[in-house]
Design a protein around this ligand. Structure first.
Ligand code: ADP
Length: 404
């Protein structure tokens, strides 16, 4: 039996079909993009032993319903498909960004769950609406199959009030739901389980700092397998310096910038989300370019990397103060997995808190989970590839098994 994973955005739908037993494997993956534009496209890749097969279709995809129908066609296509009938799919797992305090785990989608996701649209106005559309059209097309929502916020629901509350008047929390929620929870949860397995420790005894460095960046402090703090907040803007987001700034900045530049709140929020971070500091958010420029002595690229790495270093310090024990720090996602220079800058001079990198292990490239600390380092340093889709598939299956 197979699990289909769906990630619906405003103009795209990404998908992967998994088989989880007897061993975990991806059967096919793909995406439909430019939904609503004159010409859209479907890219469908069949994963197979003798070499993957990929095909592309360019055609108008007027809406998500049409996009989902294309995916269904691709899955069941006589020549390119990987299933004969949709009844081979045991469940559909949906990535859903925000469900606030309503769910601390994945949930079987019924009317109540759908309504709860709707109720969180004001907290995630860009993400929850397309996630809901994806669920709606998938439930229509993949009828008779159970659908499960896997929330980006769920893993962070164990964060205690002293870490999730802002020091605003308490009413703002109770009336307006203003608190820190955190995101990237699916990735941090996956990394925590993989790290515990790598360390050969029970999950419930594992303490670590998970460092997800993709376009969006966040860290999670994990105590005995449970998240106790994370860098993103009420929105994904808080915390680390990211590709285009500034992360932590003085909260008085909005007022100052409005006065000085005449921009309104929306424009300043946009500036902080889309024009800041690495891009704001050195003109690009692509770490491959930044790495090359820094290596040839480009000052701005080096400065951007320094600001980016310093923020991460500060949070490692904060989280090692918060955690009673620290087995490992774990790097993941595009930058965390691939950029040795970033890992080296972050770990430099951290011997006092027990983090000692092995320079040559750090330089070795690999797509597998690995450790890169010196043999005598009290805290282990791991690099573990994240796989949010696989985590969604696993959680979908466990919800289905629990509800069977
Ligand atoms: P997201 O899923 O948030 O879009 P990713 O996890 O794919 O992000 O990470 C994107 C970032 O990782 C980009 O800055 C990209 O340049 C960087 N990246 C990915 N692979 C490499 C690589 N091999 N070398 C350097 N940077 C990389």
């Amino acid at each position: 039996m197979k699990i289909l994973v769906i990630n619906a955005g405003s103009s795209s739908i990404k998908y992967q079909l998994f088989e989880l037993a007897p061993f975990e494997r991806v059967c096919c993956s793909g995406y439909v993009e430019r939904i609503g534009e004159a010409i859209g496209q479907l890219v469908h890749r069949v994963i197979q032993k003798g070499g993957d097969r990929e095909y592309t279709r360019e055609l108008a995809v007027p809406d998500h319903q049409a996009g989902m129908a294309l995916i269904l066609d691709a899955l069941t296509d006589r020549e390119q498909g990987v299933i004969h009938n949709i009844s081979e799919i045991e469940g559909v797992g949906h990535r859903v960004v925000h469900c606030g305090e309503a769910y601390s785990d994945a949930a079987l989608i019924n009317d109540a769950v759908f309504a709860a996701i709707q109720a969180h649209v004001p907290l995630a106005p860009l993400h929850n609406p397309p996630n809901l559309t994806g669920i709606e059209v998938a439930r229509r097309l993949f009828r008779e199959i159970p659908h499960v929502a896997v929330f980006d916020t769920a893993f962070h629901q164990t964060i205690p009030p002293h870490a999730y509350l802002y020091a605003l008047p308490y009413d703002y929390y109770t009336t307006h739901r203003v608190r820190r929620y955190g995101f990237h929870g699916t990735s941090h949860k996956f990394i925590t389980a993989e790290a515990a397995a790598y360390l050969d420790k029970p999950l419930a005894e594992t303490c670590l700092i998970s460092i997800h460095l993709g376009n969006g960046c966040s860290m999670a402090a994990v105590h005995d397998g449970c998240c106790v703090d994370t860098t993103m907040g009420m929105t994904p803007l808080e915390g680390l310096v990211m590709g285009t987001r500034c992360g932590d700034v003085d909260p008085a900045l909005h007022a100052y910038l409005a006065e000085q530049t005449g921009q309104d709140i929306q424009q300043i929020t946009n500036l902080m989300n889309k024009q800041s971070g690495l891009k704001g500091l050195c003109g690009t958010n692509d770490m491959r370019d930044i790495k090359e420029r820094a290596a040839t002595g480009d000052e701005r690229a080096n400065l951007a990397l320094d600001v980016y790495c310093y923020r991460i270093k500060k949070y490692i310090g904060a989280y090692s103060a918060v955690l009673p024990d620290l087995d490992a720090i774990v790097f993941t996602a595009g930058v965390g997995q691939n950029v040795a220079d970033v890992r080296a800058r972050i770990c430099a001079g951290m011997e006092r808190i027990g983090i000692v990198l092995d320079e040559s292990l750090n330089l070795q490239e690999s797509h597998k989970a690995r450790d890169i600390h010196a043999a005598y380092s009290p805290v282990k340093v791991l690099v573990i590839p994240t796989n949010e889709e696989l985590q969604i598939a696993r959680e979908t299956q466990s919800v289905l098994q629990a509800s069977a």
